[in-house]
Design a protein around this ligand. Structure first.
Ligand SMILES: Cc1cc2nc3c(=O)[nH]c(=O)nc-3n(C[C@H](O)[C@H](O)[C@H](O)COP(=O)(O)O)c2cc1C
Length: 240
């Protein structure tokens, strides 16, 4: 294998990173803070898909797996993404309904420097059929067909076979107004967070980490470290 010189990889930040401390939070609960960082990333040219997030799941006996998905909704109830309910991730979520999400928001151009990570953890539930159906029909028809054609995470002989299945659907649905029914094996999951971590990279490597979490029942927090936020959240700083 070629020598990739990974150990020596280092790109200096072009802009200055703002120090991020508890006093800089735009909200005393995590959804407001998330929205502020997300909006900034979304409006930054160098960030291709700010809504792309890694989601880690695990089997019942704790073997993890991770992949990217697209966040398609967020409100105080949680973060929604859509997938195939027969896929590996969905099967793992059925047997172990907890997930960890990761957004990596990074750009280092002449005009903008962002170096952030947001980690979110929580319980996962299916969104209602009505919500999935409504979202399904809001997608472009080609995406709807993609969802129908792919039995995600199962084996297929070759690419040709996949193209053939796709063409059959195109012939059936393209060029006319027949609605494409949402397959019952496709829909959304909602991650209901109990922990958010906002990580802000710093040039001097003393990165900032602010955690919002829901305290354990009966937990007594130490006010020297832990601040009482809004809507049942507390927040605190971790060392980098
Ligand atoms: C940027 C990006 C976005 C993706 N978005 C989705 C998505 O929203 N839903 C989805 O099912 N797969 C999405 N995928 C594909 C998944 O990463 C993965 O290959 C697929 O869901 C099968 O994963 P699994 O076998 O672990 O279930 C995306 C991949 C990338 C790179």
């Amino acid at each position: 294998m070629a020598n990739l010189d990974i150990a020596g990889m280092r790109k200096p930040y072009k802009g200055k990173q703002e120090v991020f401390d508890v006093g800089d939070l735009v909200a005393k609960e995590p959804f407001g803070q998330f929205t502020a960082w997300f909006e900034e990333a979304k409006n930054t040219d160098g960030i291709m898909e700010a809504n792309a997030m890694a989601i880690a799941t695990a089997t019942k006996d704790g073997k993890p797996s991770v992949r990217m998905v697209l966040m398609k909704g967020i409100d105080k109830k949680g973060i929604v993404f859509y997938t195939n309910y027969g896929s590996r991730k969905a099967q793992e979520l059925e047997e172990n309904p907890f997930a960890s999400l990761l957004f990596y928001l990074s750009t280092n151009s002449e005009t903008s420097t962002i170096s952030r990570q947001i980690r979110i953890e929580g319980r996962v539930e299916r969104v209602s059929e009505a919500e999935s159906t409504q979202y399904f029909h809001s997608r472009p028809r080609t995406s709807q067909m993609g969802a129908v054609v792919s039995q995600q995470s199962t084996l297929i002989k070759n690419r040709e076979e996949l193209d053939k299945r796709n063409q059959e659907l195109l012939d059936k649905y393209e060029g006319n107004d027949i609605p494409i029914p949402k397959p019952d094996y496709w829909g959304g999951f909602r991650v209901v967070p109990n922990r958010f971590e906002f990580w802000q990279g710093q040039t001097n490597r003393l990165h900032d980490r602010i955690v919002f979490r829901k305290p354990e029942e009966g937990e007594k927090v130490d006010p020297n470290f832990t601040h009482t936020g809004e809507e049942g959240w507390v927040y605190e700083r971790l060392m980098p």
